[in-house]
Design a protein around this ligand. Structure first.
Ligand code: ARG
Length: 411
């Protein structure tokens, strides 16, 4: 029996039914939670008795943790819950529609997903920080255009990863703020005549309340940017672990072998992080495309909002945890890094700046040093370590301060 069998006679063609069915079992606990909130409002309006409210609470708590109660013949999670509530279910839908119901449940889901992402980002950042602390003085060339640029420490470089992760946390916090509003009371699109009491965070406009999916877009955007960062991190690990760089060795608990080439130790985790970034970006663009042409308020197209968010949540958790395991186990080859950082050419900028201190205009200093690089007569005055020590934030003192400050932010 459907929620709308009073209007639509007979039974649907099985192909139609299969097509309409929502894969939304993940919403179960969240929809139960939102249903309790709605029951409280019905009670507040005198439409549910104390006993009925208490029953609703008890039954919804049970249903929330019984995914087997959601049957294949239920149209969606909302129908499954209402059916399981029996007579109470027939009362509890007063003053609401699946339109505000699904938006309410989905917002609670996204709130939870944001909290989970922040937690996993924090755990990964702490792993990166531990490596950064251990490698605070480890020299390596910093790159632009993937060409050696100027010497830095691995600590400084890894702190750049941490900064990306910190901004990711704030993007999830802002998606959570967007999700925290409540569409309950909007009903199908225009509220109800039942005089339900308002609730904190209630959305101002009932049409917007059931039509809005910005919070899901914000979440998918936060995941897409996070994965863009994880992809760049992954790419660096791929490069650094290649024989050509030889900067790190992959830990055997986070690398894979080849089915054919016995010598291989492959950075599959780093590569998959890079690969999943494409998928994460696709989910965001997919939902943008779904929403863009929809007239307000609710349209069934919006059922397509859930699958990308469910998948994005799983990938966020799995990706951050796997990259944390990989990063924690990286074996840094300090000698190989130091050797690369001892390339005299990475000190060419310092040589030009030395001339600037002798009042040579910078462009002229640049030309003088460039000429020496071109004819092979460039000889640096100091070492990579001295070069770093002469700079502020990338210098060892600056890095130690930045490490302590970052650790405080993440603990
Ligand atoms: N399963 C639907 C969704 O995910 C629930 C809302 C259905 N509402 C409707 N009026 N048909 O969007």
């Amino acid at each position: 029996m459907t929620l709308w069998s009073g209007r639509v006679g007979g039974s649907l063609d099985p192909a139609v039914w299969a097509f309409l069915h929502a894969e939304d079992a993940e919403l179960l606990p969240y929809d139960c939670e939102a249903s309790v909130q709605h029951a409280q409002r019905l009670h507040g309006a005198g439409l549910l008795s104390d006993t009925e409210l208490a029953d609703a609470r008890t039954r919804l708590a049970e249903i929330a943790h019984d995914p087997a109660g959601y049957l294949a013949e239920d149209e969606d999670v909302h129908s499954a819950i209402e059916r399981q509530l029996g007579d109470l279910g027939r009362k509890i839908h007063a003053g609401r529609s699946r339109n505000d119901q699904v938006a309410a449940a989905f917002r609670l889901y996204v709130l939870d997903a944001c909290a989970e992402a922040s937690k996993e980002i924090g755990a990964f950042a702490l792993v990166v920080l531990s490596v950064a602390e251990a490698e605070a003085d480890t020299l390596l060339p910093g790159y632009t255009h993937l060409q050696r640029g100027q010497p830095v420490t691995l600590g400084h470089h890894l702190l750049a990863w941490v900064e990306m992760l910190d901004r990711d946390r704030s993007r999830f916090a802002s998606a959570a703020t967007a999700a925290a509003e409540s569409p309950l009371g909007a009903g199908a699109l225009a509220g109800s005549t039942l005089g339900l009491p308002g609730a904190p965070g209630q959305m101002r406009n009932s049409i917007d309340a059931v039509a809005d999916r910005d919070f899901a877009l914000d979440y998918l955007y936060a995941v897409a940017v996070l994965y863009t960062h994880l992809s760049r991190v992954g790419e660096e690990i791929v490069l650094w672990s290649s024989a050509e760089f030889g900067f790190v060795k992959l830990p055997e608990n986070a690398a894979t072998g080849s089915s054919m080439m016995p010598q291989k130790l492959n950075p599959d985790v780093a590569e998959l992080a890079r690969g999943k970034a494409g998928t994460a970006i696709g989910r965001l663009t997919g939902l943008l495309a779904t929403v863009k042409g929809l007239p307000l308020a609710y349209d069934r197209d919006l059922q397509e909002d859930k699958a990308p968010v469910f998948a994005a949540r799983l990938d966020t958790r799995l990706g951050l945890q796997a990259l944390a395991a990989l990063t924690a186990g990286l074996e840094v080859d300090r000698e190989r890094m130091a050797l690369a950082a001892s390339d005299p050419l990475v000190l060419a900028t310092d040589a030009a700046e030395a001339l600037v201190r002798e009042e040579v205009p910078f462009r002229e200093a640049h030309e003088q040093v460039a000429a020496r690089v071109r004819d092979g007569s460039f000889v640096p005055t100091g070492t990579a370590a001295e070069s770093i020590a002469a700079r502020g934030a990338p210098g060892p003192g600056g890095v130690r301060n930045a490490l302590a400050e970052a650790r405080a932010r993440f603990t």
